[in-house]
Design a protein around this ligand. Structure first.
Ligand code: ADP
Length: 161
């Protein structure tokens, strides 16, 4: 059985993330979407909320589960006996940092390989940060985030702005 871990902040989940999750789910027997908790990051949604939004959005994909961790992704992957860490690539600008991270993860866990999945051209521009900026300025984000998470995202971001 092939298992992959797809880590990220997902603060909040976007259609770009969901596209990578669906593609990974077609490639691996089991995909764990991992909300990587970093206390140094000032996130808009807490880990529990991010996990729940991801669960709601992936409920129709049977081989996807969602978890959170505040440890190293490489160690989590080892613990889960995953063979791959999946990362989405939007542009060459993502590549440098992701490549460095992949090499570090290989040192930390030689049993895991990082697999890059290129973003769809429709989602190349999309990030959680863009969603937050547009919503804070009262723009329509319904084309950027999955419908299951939309009401919660709007409620939180409008309250903040
Ligand atoms: P971001 O705030 O940039 O969305 P995340 O940490 O939540 O950052 O991203 C998690 C993973 O998803 C990373 O591998 C990132 O490259 C990938 N990703 C983020 N947005 C997209 C997108 N629009 N298309 C493809 N992959 C994406």
């Amino acid at each position: 059985m092939t298992k992959a871990v797809y880590p990220g902040s997902f603060d909040p989940v976007t259609n770009g993330h969901l596209e990578i999750i669906r593609k990974a789910a077609a490639l691996f027997d089991h995909v764990v979407v991992l909300v990587a908790v970093n206390a140094a990051k000032n996130c808009t949604f807490n880990a529990k909320e991010r996990v729940q939004m991801l669960r709601d959005c992936t409920a129709d994909i049977p081989n996807v589960t969602v978890d959170s961790s505040d440890g190293l992704v490489a160690h989590y992957a080892e613990h889960m006996q995953a063979c791959a860490i999946v990362k989405g690539l939007r542009a060459m600008s993502d590549f440098d940092a992701e490549f460095q991270q992949a090499l570090v993860n290989r040192r930390l866990n030689p049993h895991v390989e990082t697999v890059f999945i290129p973003a769809d051209s429709d989602n190349m521009f999309l990030s959680s940060g863009v969603v937050k900026q547009v919503c804070a300025l009262h723009g329509d984000i319904s084309a950027f985030v999955p419908p299951q998470a939309l009401p919660q995202i709007i409620a939180r971001l409008k309250a903040k702005s």
